[in-house]
Design a protein around this ligand. Structure first.
Ligand code: ADP
Length: 152
């Protein structure tokens, strides 16, 4: 008998939940896309956060629903505004790696008051290629798995 309490065992299970297992496919647009294109992409792909990448899939920005709504309030032509002028850009983007713990992603989402993080891998030690997406919905799924004791 291990002598571990129920909460200790639960904590151990929580610390086995990695981004790798719970991440989703990222939905991206390039920095030359218009705000109009980004709105279409958000609806078509049914996501709340888009990642802005260069032609090598390297992370350069993030677009949320409110970023796109804000840009749509003005009288400007949405086809003529590039996403690069409204996105949140590097180095102000919170991101994670596939080896990271889901619980650490949850802490970051709360701390930064955001809905999603891009999952990245380092390229040449300076750039970050977008390989996934982890959102509050993915974390809710992890919680349900814990309750159902469906780990491992
Ligand atoms: P919404 O705008 O729909 O409430 P969020 O709360 O996710 O969605 O986004 C709030 C703000 O934070 C937006 O301006 C968005 O660009 C920015 N943001 C979203 N995700 C990230 C992230 N991973 N890192 C940094 N900023 C982010």
């Amino acid at each position: 008998y291990s002598g571990k309490s129920g909460t200790q065992l639960l904590a151990e299970k929580i610390n086995l939940l990695t981004v790798q297992k719970y991440q989703s496919i990222p939905v991206v647009v390039t920095d030359s896309s218009s705000v109009y294109d980004a709105i279409c992409m958000m609806f078509l792909e049914d996501v709340g956060t888009l990642f802005v990448v260069d032609h090598s899939s390297n992370l350069i920005g993030v677009l949320s629903r409110k970023d796109l709504l804000r840009a749509s309030i003005g009288k400007q032509m949405l086809e003529s505004i590039p996403v690069s002028i409204i996105m949140t850009r590097m180095p102000n983007i919170a991101f994670c790696f596939k080896e990271d713990l889901v619980i650490d992603v949850a802490k970051k989402l709360i701390e930064k008051q955001i809905d999603a993080l891009p999952v990245v891998k380092t390229v040449d030690g300076i750039k970050y290629e977008v390989i996934g997406r982890i959102t509050k919905t993915n974390i809710t799924k992890a919680l349900v798995d814990l309750a159902n004791d469906e780990l491992l």
